[in-house]
Ligand binder design. Structure first.
Ligand code: MG
Ligand code: ZN
Length: 376
């Protein structure tokens, strides 16, 4: 009797939920039968619009690992201050679910800190990590861990890394930790004191590293910004492989949250250089292939690939062939067009459709079951 009573009301609330979804907060009920992923990997191709994807695909023999994703959506990338977002506001939207002003790192329109999904994951005992082909304090990774009014505050952002127990990170920008100008601190040493294994490109190649999975891990790939892939940078695939290897062990049954960024697709766009865009796009796609391999074997990992915005107003113009693209650009800056979202694994269905960039945050939390815990 009680059971029947309950199921009646459960059914009623289910109907209610579907009839009156909260605006901007799509109901979790529609996906209640869907298995929850244990792990989430969010891959951000900075500046990766559809033309960047297309160019990379054509120049890679008309093939990308991205084609393996069964679910595809589109997000609206505008920020709280501008129709055309920058990477700081774009990453803050993914990390914290708020539209904020361009330049903001993990803060809202009033410059107040907003908790990030990486911080939430850390609090809940998941392992956390970040890998990027820019410096680790650059806008995109910064917005997942730091809370600063401006993306330019690189040394303050580095200091914010000391306030979160992030388990694993690989990227450039060693100088913001080890050779600081605003204070005399050496955060490289401070990380070691905090129990991290810290290493860098001057001491050991990433391929020579033997991971000690019982300790947190940090590795610097460059003093400042890493090289372009075309000029010899070759660590993204390996770093992505090491990250999932490490975090899978480290996170155990609780799972992990990992953000991987292909940062320099954007820089090719700013340079209006299609070869730069293509080589970075292909580099990023190789890392995507490595992550998909892991996710397929694991079966409990949700993989999302998206971008913060498009860069360059990039077009493939008439007269092009697959091997020889005639590029057009409308700007040296970002543009406002809708951005593709590719999803794979348990929880991927909710990434169908067209939604705000902030919905990526909401959907990731729902997929991980964070939302449900909050409502309890
Ligand atoms: Mg970036
Ligand atoms: Zn940019």
């Amino acid at each position: 009797m009680i059971a029947r009573f309950c199921s009646f009301f459960c059914l009623l609330s289910l109907l209610n939920c579907n009839q009156f979804p909260k605006p901007g907060l799509p109901s979790d009920v529609a996906y209640s039968d869907e298995p929850h992923p244990r792990n989430v990997i969010l891959m951000i191709g900075d500046g990766m619009g559809l033309t960047q994807v297309s160019a990379g695909m054509f120049r890679n023999g008309n093939k990308l690992n991205l084609e393996e994703f069964p679910v595809i959506g589109l997000h609206k990338p505008y920020s709280g201050s501008d129709l055309i977002t920058d990477s700081a506001a774009g990453a803050t939207a993914f990390a914290s679910g708020v539209k904020t002003y361009n330049g903001a790192i993990g803060v809202n329109m009033d410059t107040l800190p907003v908790k990030t999904i990486l911080e939430e994951a850390e609090e809940r005992g998941l392992a956390t990590g970040m890998v990027t082909t820019s410096s680790i304090v650059h806008a995109t990774p910064a917005a997942f861990i730091a809370h600063e009014p401006s993306r330019e505050l690189y040394e303050a952002i580095a200091l914010d890394f000391m306030k979160t127990e992030i388990d694993f990170f690989i990227g450039g920008g060693m100088k913001y930790f080890a050779h600081r100008k605003t204070d005399q601190r050496n955060l490289y040493v401070d990380l070691q004191k905090k129990g991290y294994t810290v290493n860098d490109y001057t001491r050991k190649g990433l391929s020579e590293i033997n991971l000690n999975e019982s300790k947190n891990f940090a590795y610097f790939t460059a003093e400042d910004e890493p090289l372009a892939a075309a000029k010899g940078r070759d660590y993204l695939l390996l770093a992505s492989h090491l990250a999932v290897d490490f975090l899978h062990t480290h996170g155990g049954s609780k799972g992990f949250f990992l953000m991987i960024e292909g940062a320099q697709i954007d820089w090719g766009g700013h340079d209006n250089n299609s070869d730069y865009i293509v080589s970075e796009m292909i580099d990023f796609d190789r890392a995507i292939g490595e992550i998909l391999k892991f996710a397929r074997e694991d079966g409990e990992t949700l993989v999302i690939v998206t971008a913060d915005h498009e860069t360059g107003g990039f077009a493939i113009n008439p007269g092009s062939t697959m091997d020889s693209l005639i590029a057009g650009f409308t700007t040296k800056d970002h543009t406002a067009s809708l951005i593709p979202v590719f999803a794979f694994g348990p929880g991927s269905e909710r990434f169908n459709g067209i939604y705000e960039n902030t919905a990526i945050y909401t959907k990731l939390r729902q997929a991980l079951g964070f939302e449900r815990e909050m409502e309890r």
